[in-house]
Design a protein around this ligand. Structure first.
Ligand code: ATP
Length: 435
């Protein structure tokens, strides 16, 4: 049973994961700020992606390209002509909707009236702005709507300088902007968001195999980080759904509280993008295979996910309400690699010598993990708070600690407690907190 949407959103706000952007001015719809816990969770998701996609592989390197790019990029990629969604407006209540996302294309979900939609109009999703002080058409540029093009335009730079041989990938994490017609469902669909994309370049004859490989590899990533298998599925795009550049696409979908929806798209982009940039720029973006003496334009397999959207899915998936010893508790059963705080160090009471020892214990491990020291309220309430934010371990300093130099370590999931000498604490935790 998926977690209740409002409950997750309330938890995210109450505990400081996510705030509405510009809240003190009434909020800017469709943009969000990540608070102290949210920024850690989001960063951990991105770090795990980078570790899996770049660090642990010989065949993938990373880049960080600029958000502002030559307008030529977006002409070449087809975004100026084709990056649009069908917009309809209800003549009754003036609400605007994305036609392809409506459950019933004849009924306005805002006012419930039937047959009141205008003819669909293609609405380009790119944010426009101007470069420099003069607002002329020549100075018009766009905020990037995807990180992928920053990779394609650097294909030759990266291949040459990193001396990469096919097949190889270039990965990037960064902000993208889309003027979505209907943003919503909290951070699921926003107008400013973060993507995690990788372009895997290969020989055209290998593309079908590599496509299958990446579909499996990407699913494995979510499962390895603890996402519930029953909440994850693959869905193949219908022919009419395919993006203008894709020969085939599978979406990794998650069972959100409102139903199945996309987490990531894995597409066979063929040689569409490189060819388009070769044509428009006149630069040589071909690849020469020295072994076969063959020159060709590589095909590209692209796993494209959303960092902010995936973070939200991990939060939803981890949310658990359970009965323990006839008491109910809320616990975020996040994989410890994703938990915003790895270890909470808590003195049993506010007594100065307990607090002092607590700080000493905290200082001895804070170079290694994100930790939190919490000295207020009863120990039970502090445990509950840490459960609610998904902290895998609570270390409690009690009066005996002052004599025996030992602390109690409580496990979030089992709530079992171990008594550990302070000098062994780091090793104890390191054995249980994978990187
Ligand atoms: P949709 O059909 O939902 O608009 P899309 O298929 O256009 O999405 P892609 O272009 O494939 O999305 O982008 C890759 C990933 O980037 C998506 O799977 C999603 O995780 C993320 N993403 C795309 N648009 C948004 C958005 N507006 N807000 C948050 N994340 C997004």
């Amino acid at each position: 049973m998926p977690a209740d949407f409002d409950t997750i959103v309330n938890l995210a706000k109450k505990r400081g994961f996510v705030f509405q952007s510009s809240e003190i001015y009434g909020g800017l719809r469709s943009a969000y700020d990540y608070g102290p816990l949210g920024v850690e969770l989001l960063r951990n998701v991105k770090d795990q992606w980078w570790r899996f996609m770049v660090q642990m592989r010989d065949d993938v390197v990373g880049i960080d390209s600029a958000i502002l790019q030559s307008p030529e990029v977006w002409f070449a990629s087809g975004h100026v002509d084709s990056f649009s969604d069908p917009l309809v407006e209800c003549k009754e209540c003036n609400a605007r909707h994305r036609l392809d996302k409506l459950a019933d294309t004849n009924t306005c979900p805002t006012c419930g009236k039937r047959g009141t939609f205008t003819e669909p109009k293609e609405f380009n999703l790119m944010f426009k702005t101007h470069m420099g002080p003069v607002e002329t058409e020549e100075n018009q540029i766009w905020l990037r709507p995807e990180t992928a093009q920053g990779i394609f335009i650097n294909f030759a730079n990266v291949q040459r300088t990193a001396r990469m041989k096919l097949p190889f990938g270039i990965a990037q994490i960064g902000k993208s902007f889309r003027n979505e017609i209907t943003p919503g469902q909290f951070v699921f669909r926003t107008r400013e968001f973060e993507q995690m994309e990788m372009e895997y370049f290969c020989h055209p004859n290998d593309a079908a195999d590599k496509f299958q490989e990446w579909i499996e590899t990407r699913q494995a990533w979510y499962l390895d980080l603890g996402m519930t298998a029953d909440n994850l599925r693959l869905r193949e795009h219908e022919a009419e759904e395919l993006a203008h550049y894709a020969a085939g696409t599978y979406d990794v979908e998650y069972l959100f509280p409102w139903g199945w929806d996309e987490l990531e798209g894995i597409a066979n982009r063929t040689d569409f993008d490189l060819k388009a940039h070769i044509e428009r720029s006149g630069e040589d973006l071909t690849y020469f295979d020295q072994e076969t003496n063959e020159r060709f334009v590589p095909f590209v397999i692209e796993p494209a996910g959303g960092a902010t959207r995936t973070t939200f899915a991990f939060l939803i998936d981890a949310y658990t309400e359970e009965e323990v010893n006839s008491e109910s508790r809320v616990v975020l059963k996040l994989d410890p690699r994703l938990s915003p705080v790895k270890v909470a160090v808590l003195p049993l009471s506010k007594k100065p010598d307990l607090v002092e020892t607590t700080k000493r214990v905290a200082d001895s491990i804070r170079g290694r993990w994100q930790i939190e020291v919490d000295i207020t309220q009863s120990i039970g309430r502090r445990y509950r708070r840490q459960d609610e934010i998904g902290t895998p371990f609570c270390v409690t300093v009690d009066f005996d600690s002052l004599d025996d130099n030992q602390v109690t370590v409580r496990d979030r999931d089992t709530m079992a407690q171990d008594r550990i000498p302070i000098e062994n604490l780091e090793t104890y935790l390191a054995d249980r907190l994978p990187r």
